[in-house]
Design a protein around this ligand. Structure first.
Ligand code: MTE
Ligand code: MO
Length: 320
């Protein structure tokens, strides 16, 4: 995370998806089944890609209009080719490498301070939920941002499903661990696996979202298939990808970045333009794909949803 890209969008040409393959399935559905039948063969092949992902029949889901953007959605082909997923390499260009991620089968373990520990297959879990689409901003601690159409369900629904005990104070989330599949996990100076955590108040806030899809289809591997977190009021590293385990605990979990550099990446990591990272300003952000820099907003603009959680905590280091 040491590198800041200051020169704008610099995706290599060969990674760009040909324009004729970039279209929204939603737009096609507006035209009805007959429009689907008239698709060129290449487009139909692209659609069948999702047959190997969990519950493709549930996409696209209905948009929840409560969550409005103040900017355009980042183009999918740009979002798909500019990622942080250190399990597959330390650059932004891991889209191809991340295709090695095996998502069938995928089992989620729910344990710790719960009424009854359980394991559940990803398809079963998603089918217990009602999927919705939400447009969220995303602000990386490296001072860049995007806007994304996620599909998924509130983390609060998963917490309810897990039935935590009263003693549970935090939910700790863990990414898969498989160095043979994910070469980045052979870099031994990283304390793998990737772990992140939230307080119960944060995890049950309406804004805390579990994404199982994006852009109207199941989640791509580079975005953390088949299930990842989206907590848009916090710096992006809190939004852990490819989760295999939710553990309810009574002690504040230490995230992977926090273990590496606690003076730069803390537990709270709430977005605040006035509190600089020790090595750079957080006042503005580069909006990836636009060449634009804009002012960063307190809580990334989501204060109306989450500011109450932090009332009375003014002494804490909530901004890193
Ligand atoms: N398991 C895992 N989760 C992760 C990361 C990672 O390297 N590994 N990177 C984080 C960071 S720093 C960011 S900014 C976002 C990037 O998500 P995106 O590639 O879908 O934009 O994922 C977060 N979740
Ligand atoms: Mo990030």
């Amino acid at each position: 995370m040491n590198i800041i890209h200051r020169r704008g969008w610099d995706m290599p040409e060969h990674l760009a998806t040909p324009e004729h393959l970039v279209f929204s399935r939603r737009a096609l559905l507006v035209g009805g089944a007959s429009a689907l039948a008239m698709l060129p063969a290449a487009a139909r092949a692209a659609d069948s890609k999702w047959q190997h992902y969990p519950v493709p029949d549930l996409y696209p889901a209905k948009r929840n209009d409560k969550f409005k953007l103040d900017r355009a959605i980042t183009a999918e082909k740009i979002n798909d080719n500019y990622n942080n997923f250190y399990e597959f390499g330390t650059s932004k260009y891991i889209a191809e490498a991340s295709q090695a991620l095996k998502i069938e089968p995928w089992t989620i373990k729910i344990d710790g301070l719960v009424e009854k520990p359980q394991e559940i297959g990803i398809d079963d879990l998603i089918r217990k939920m009602t999927l919705e689409e939400r447009l969220y901003r995303h602000r990386c601690v490296e001072a860049w941002s995007m806007a994304i159409a996620w599909t998924g369900f509130p983390l609060a629904k998963l917490v309810a499903f897990a039935r935590p005990l009263g003693a549970a104070k935090f939910v700790q989330m863990t990414t898969f661990m498989d160095p043979k599949m994910a070469p980045g996990q052979n870099l031994s100076w990283f304390p793998w696996p990737y772990i992140e955590g939230l307080t119960m108040a944060e995890a049950t806030n309406d804004l805390a979202f579990i994404a199982t899809g994006c852009y109207g289809h199941p989640l791509d591997k580079q975005h953390g298939a088949p299930i990842r977190l989206a907590v848009p009021w916090k710096y992006g590293f809190k939004s852990i990808k490819s989760i295999v385990r939710f553990t309810f605990v009574d002690k504040q979990p230490a995230g992977m970045w926090q273990k590496i550099q606690p003076s730069e990446y803390g537990f709270w990591a709430n977005v605040n333009p006035q509190v600089p990272h020790p090595r750079w300003s957080q006042a503005t952000e580069e909006v990836i794909g636009t060449g634009e820099r804009r002012p960063t907003l307190l809580f990334n603009g989501y204060g109306e949803y989450v500011a109450d959680i932090y009332k009375g905590m003014e002494g804490h280091q909530m901004w890193m």
